[in-house]
Design a protein around this ligand. Structure first.
Ligand code: ATP
Ligand code: MG
Length: 441
């Protein structure tokens, strides 16, 4: 295994001072898989104070949990003392930890066999639980007794599904059964921790594994709306799947961007509550995107997403099914409604939605989206006025003309803006000033 020079260096310094030190966890797993690890964690028998004494630049990241960050060439490496964990309560750290001199004890506290391997150049790979074999076979298996491990920290259940989604791995039967049994205990876990794992799952190579989050009973705990979608049929010409299955398929067809994947996950969330059934037993879903945006917000708030992500996703959910007749005027209106910066995301959402529907009129639906994209690009290229600040006059001009400050300025500008969106040729300074004159006469 090829450790980066800085990691090598940190390990050598610790080892030559009488301690043990290894690269551990995710980075070892990723190296064996031939992937480039996004960070390197080091585990050591040295106590935090001893680590700090050996390196010039360190800072305390979670010293009470044994973690010191060692800075090398501007990069931080987390060096954590071998430990045995107490109960996990907050995000990343168990409530109380006990340091230990045994690497085995430290590896035993880790969640899955593939995450419980350590490596250094002196003693090679330390793999006490068959992690390498499970990596080769593509299996997620709890270290030790899964029921005990999930009882210690219920988040591990969702982590199992997240790793299976990122790696395309299967969950070992005993581990899976324990998740099914203990699913309700996920209710004890903070929304923030659930959010982290869900984002990793939905942006992974296999977002369709959210199906297992449902099948194990976990969505029911933090996202019961998903269960309603899974259980909502939509037998019509446009659809071949239930609302939930359509949602899952659409996630897999969308680019792996966080906002877009979350939008796919939530785009039809209101269908189960907006359903009416006609005399032929067919379900119809009126006004569901508007209600959907509201329900999506409830879910994202519940999971403590930041406002920016929440607003973007809700905006896309609300507009995902808008299909105005395509002409420059309607497209300008649509850009203003959705926001120019969100329009490409909207196009991606529309395409994934369409491709997850039946073949009925698929070609027409896709060419509609192509046409929408073409006119969007033309409108942008033409430099048409799409924001009040693109107008050739501004508030100062209005004040100079004697329009009273405050509300009235806003109202005049907005009327002018409306006219310009209808007819971009009006966006000439002289023309607009004349319009204002006639308005305030
Ligand atoms: P990623 O690539 O997403 O960072 P990772 O395996 O590095 O994956 P982290 O959440 O960064 O995952 O955790 C680092 C290591 O710490 C894991 O590989 C695992 O050994 C251990 N670990 C993390 N969270 C838990 C947990 N809740 N229970 C037990 N061990 C954990
Ligand atoms: Mg990590």
């Amino acid at each position: 295994m090829n450790l980066p020079a800085d990691v090598q260096n940190i390990i050598s310094v610790l080892e030559s001072n009488g301690h043990e030190a290894y690269a551990v966890g995710g980075c070892v797993r990723d190296c064996i898989l031939g992937k480039v690890p996004h960070d390197w964690d080091i585990t050591t028998s040295a106590l935090p104070e001893q680590v700090k004494a050996l390196f010039e630049r360190t800072f305390d990241t979670g010293i009470e949990h044994g973690t010191v960050t060692v800075l090398m060439h501007g990069v931080g490496y987390e060096v954590t003392t071998y430990r045995v964990d107490g109960k996990y309560e907050d995000g990343r750290h168990p409530k109380e930890v006990t340091f230990t001199a045994s690497l085995e004890e430290d590896l035993k506290r880790r969640d899955f066999t593939i995450n419980a391997m350590a490596y250094n150049d002196i003693r090679g790979l330390v793999d006490l639980f068959g992690g390498e074999e499970d990596l080769e076979a593509g299996i997620i298996r709890a270290v030790g007794n899964p029921t005990e491990r999930f009882t210690e920290d219920a988040l591990r259940m969702l982590r199992a599904l997240r790793f299976s989604a990122q790696l395309g791995f299967e969950i070992e039967q005993g581990t899976y059964d324990a998740i099914k049994t203990l699913a309700p205990t996920l209710g004890k876990i903070s929304a923030e921790r659930i959010q982290v794992e869900m984002v990793k799952l939905v942006t992974s190579a296999h977002p369709e594994r959210i199906r297992d989050v449902y099948a194990t009973g976990l969505t029911k705990i933090f996202f019961p709306e998903f269960d309603d979608m899974m259980e909502c049929q939509q037998v019509n010409k446009h659809h071949m799947y239930s609302v939930g299955e359509h949602t899952i398929v659409s996630m897999g067809l969308a680019p792996d961007d966080k906002v877009i994947r979350l939008t796919m996950m939530l785009h039809d969330i209101a269908k189960p509550v907006c359903k009416t059934t006609d005399e032929n037993g067919q379900n119809h879903f009126k006004m569901h995107p508007v209600k959907g945006a509201e329900m999506a917000r409830t879910v994202l708030r519940r999971l403590k997403f930041d406002n920016d992500t929440t607003d973007k996703v809700c905006n896309l959910v609300k507009n995902h099914d808008d299909r105005p007749e395509i002409n420059p005027r309607n497209v300008r209106r649509m850009i203003i409604r959705v926001g120019q910066e969100n329009f490409n995301d909207l196009l991606a959402v529309k395409r994934a939605d369409c491709l997850a529907q039946s073949m009925y009129h698929r070609e027409e639906k896709l060419s509609y989206i192509d046409e929408l994209e073409k006119v969007f690009n033309e409108v942008v290229a033409a430099g048409d006025c799409l924001r009040i600040k693109d107008l050739q006059i501004n508030g100062k001009d209005l004040i100079a003309m004697g329009v009273p400050q405050g509300q009235r300025i806003g109202a005049v500008l907005s009327t002018i803006f409306d006219a310009v969106v209808e007819n971009p040729e009006l966006n000439q300074r002289e023309t607009l000033l004349n319009m204002v004159k006639s308005m305030i006469k």
